[in-house]
Design a protein around this ligand. Structure first.
Ligand SMILES: [Zn+2]
Length: 237
């Protein structure tokens, strides 16, 4: 009987479905519309993720649940401003070393707060900006395009199990990428910035940004889901 138990345990540990550890995540939304049903169905169908949602406007304690810590926080939000109290919450979150995944339009959040760009590793410019004496034009977007998503580093845990694929999604062009990011995804799409997914660290936290993720055509795509699940796993290790 003991052997049978050990055998079953071994089988469970070695099957692909048992590859991920269960994770409890906090999902931050608000400031931008999205298709709620297919978005949250994606997390439900992971089968090993429990999630809680908090919506803007946020206040003190925004990224915690009492004493209950989350394994990771996933930002799918786009507030156009941030209070000093909520800035402190971001700072505290990253000092704690909680893993963070910024998804799609979260690149465009908090445009007036320079530290947020350093946290994400990039910035969508809502208007033209002067940088180091150079005028950077406003960033652009294009919905309903076929994007070839190229895996920049197939050996990274976030891209594990994936090879290049085509996604029907939305691209952003001309956004800022910080020099300290580690590219995970690229595209040659003419209306997109070339690096569309990256990893980096900020304070004690692992950070992943994934630019794809506009609507159900991404949320339902197994390759996109794999990226999101891998990212949650890696940032919260
Ligand atoms: Zn979008």
């Amino acid at each position: 009987m003991k052997n049978l138990f050990l055998f079953t345990l071994l089988l469970l540990c070695c099957t692909p479905a048992g590859h991920f550890k269960p994770r409890q995540i906090l999902v931050i939304t608000g400031g931008h519309d999205f298709e709620r049903e297919p978005f949250f169905r994606m997390f439900d169908e992971f089968g090993d993720i429990t999630w809680k949602e908090k919506m803007h406007p946020l206040s003190q304690g925004a990224f915690s649940d009492g004493e209950q810590p989350f394994d990771a926080v996933l930002f799918y939000d786009m507030p156009d401003s941030v209070t000093a109290a909520v800035q402190e919450e971001y700072t505290r979150l990253l000092q704690r070393g909680t893993g963070v995944v910024f998804l799609h339009h979260a690149l465009c959040a908090n445009p007036g707060w320079p530290e947020y760009e350093r946290m994400v590793g990039g910035k969508y410019l809502p208007a033209a900006e002067e940088r180091a004496g150079r005028r950077m034009p406003a960033s652009t977007y294009r919905e309903d395009v076929e994007v070839r998503v190229e895996i920049a580093d197939p050996g990274h845990p976030v891209t594990r199990g994936l090879s290049d694929f085509v996604l029907h999604d939305e691209v952003y062009g001309g956004f800022i990428t910080r020099p300290d990011i580690y590219p995970l995804l690229r595209t040659g799409h003419p209306e997109s910035s070339p690096v569309i997914g990256w990893a980096h660290t900020y304070d004690h936290s692992r950070i992943v940004y994934l630019q794809p993720g506009h609507d159900h055509r991404a949320f339902d795509d197994p390759r996109f889901r794999r990226l999101v699940r891998n990212a949650i796993e890696w940032v919260s290790e």
